[in-house]
Write a protein that binds this ligand. Sequence first.
Ligand code: NAP
Length: 472
Amino acid sequence: LIAGEGLTTAASRDVVSPYSGEVVGRVAWGSAAIARRAVDEAHDAMRTPLAAYERVEILLRAAELIAERGEELAQVLSAEAGKPIRAARVEVERAAFTYRTSAHEASRLVGDVVPMDASATGAGRLGFTVRVPVGVVAAITPFNFPLNLAAHKLAPALAAGCAVVLKPSSQTPLTALMLAEISADAGLPPGWLNVVTGEAGEISDVFAGDDRVALISFTGSGDVGWGLRARCPRKRVALELGNSSPVIVESDADLEAAVPKLVAGAFGYAGPSCISVQRIYAHERVYGELLERLTEGVRELNVGDPSADATDVGPVIDRASHERILAWLREAIDEGATVETGGPDALSEQDEACGLIHPTVLTGVTPEMKVSCAEVFGPVVSVTAYADLDEALGLANGTRYGLQAAIFTANLPHALRAARRLSFGSVVVNEPPTFRTDQMPYGGVNASGNTKEGPAWTIREMTHERLVVLAE
Ligand code: NAP
């Protein structure tokens, strides 16, 4: 979709339901030439800037249209991503909120007054900064939150005054294309949002090599993200990457409140969230009770068809992910881990054919096992006992990632110690590490990335400060 025109290419790609294998859509398969054309259009569009009030009106109208077309968006999202329909509906509501929040931020893009007379040379001058759009933004999004993660790039970019070329995940491009349609219906002039589906390497080569692309905003896996960053030393490259999310459960934690949150945080969708609960460290005094309550909660989850209202856990995204997750589970079991519920043996032939993996709780996991140190991105959680908080903090930090971590405790000094010592972009107390609201700054450190998303923060990244000095 370039400059408001839906292009047809010689090649096309089917979008397939991860659950049923049915074709749920078909998209054009663009080349480098089409990506370049998209950048041309975005660059040209920015020659006629939109005033802040116009950007606010478009963003608010788009938020309304997202809500109006909410059920249609949720159905498409659920079909292409295999996301349970209830979770898909929540994602749609969140995307509308992301647009609304971006609209609010667009109307308060302020600068600073600089105290020029703090030096003799500056005395008598007036200095202030204004925020200027960085230029064309190239956005690359993953399969797991295809609507709201696209919204987290498109809406702040428009709020900042930047035109966008979006390359969505090839597995889930349909909701992103609908979002572009909605933006046009909301009054966004042609060229401000262009969506290119096609070969990722070829398209990203254009993004990396074209100086008119000022910022690449990437959400996805670490190898791809850091590779892009290394190739573009003179561009802003904002990275939102993976995690192996730890949560510490102290002996004074309210287990009744914590366990349902942990179950939802580990197994909602089917675990492919960058902040899915993956490692639970429970104080030895509550380890047994927590494990019992957790496995009970997990056994109540409905696994199956994502289009059914009752479904909590749907399929993983594709055959390769299914095989990888089962291989990691088998490896952990061979190395001494115990399956408390779920696991490879719980799968029927029908489950296998539909890409399902039953929610799996492991014990006896060691930090070196892939299910602990790497990102599983599936419905797998491990539970490990610890004796004191310092030990738990060390275990939680035993990862190259650093997106979000959490602690459940009633002990304020312990919560504060965790907040100081956990080497993550956010530390959440008495919510799982899966907790996110769309206005908060969200992003990782270490291998998990180099930026914060959340409209107010993204807009800052997508603008630069221009200093204006006035002399008499
Ligand atoms: P992925 O394979 O890295 O794909 C992400 C995007 O990058 C897709 O659009 C993909 O296109 C594109 N891509 C693939 N190869 C590329 C290349 N060589 N150059 C440029 N772009 C390329 O990740 P995924 O499997 O979709 O998503 C899972 C990962 O995303 C996990 O690690 C997860 O933790 C992370 N994630 C992070 C956040 C966060 O906010 N921190 C949120 C969600 C997900 P194709 O689809 O065409 O291959």
